[in-house]
Design a protein around this ligand. Sequence first.
Ligand code: GDP
Ligand code: MG
Length: 163
Amino acid sequence: PKPVVAIVGRPNVGKSTLFNRLVGNRVAIVEDEPGITRDRLYRDAEWAGRVFTLVDTGGLDFAESGDIPRQVRRQVELAIEEADVILFLVDARAGLTSTDEDTAALLRRTRKPVLLVANKVEDFQRPGQLAEFYRLGLGEPIPVSAAQGMNTGDLLDRLVSVL
Ligand code: GDP
Ligand code: MG
């Protein structure tokens, strides 16, 4: 069976943008307002001859309450259950938030590989708030720009090395 790779993180960090970038297709809906992905989306992707199933999380199922931390928590729990590898996406422009800290606390408890990915880094000389993400205790953040496709090849190299 193909390994499952889930992208988790709070709304608006760029999960759907990264998903589209990695599957090489505009499938997921990118929201300009902090919002919720319409569905949990599954698509196969390939890198270096390895095929895996990528999951974009979000989910209107949990939007009713409008309680973002709770929705994110539920999505992370689902990802921990179903995924073989988790991409935890944070926003280097916005910096560390309390929802990121709660998410990291959940992810530190799983034995599955977690890659910490800091999105929206377009200028690698000035990588935003990258340093503060070390505090999450999930290793070195991998800077990328999902929108520009910067460093996503390095991310994919790291990903296939833990599949
Ligand atoms: P999601 O809610 O986590 O799925 O986030 P989206 O993919 O819907 O993106 C939220 C917003 O961030 C949109 O306005 C995107 O255009 C923007 N965005 C996503 N990736 C990047 C990036 O790499 N750089 C910048 N500057 N903006 C991005
Ligand atoms: Mg989305």
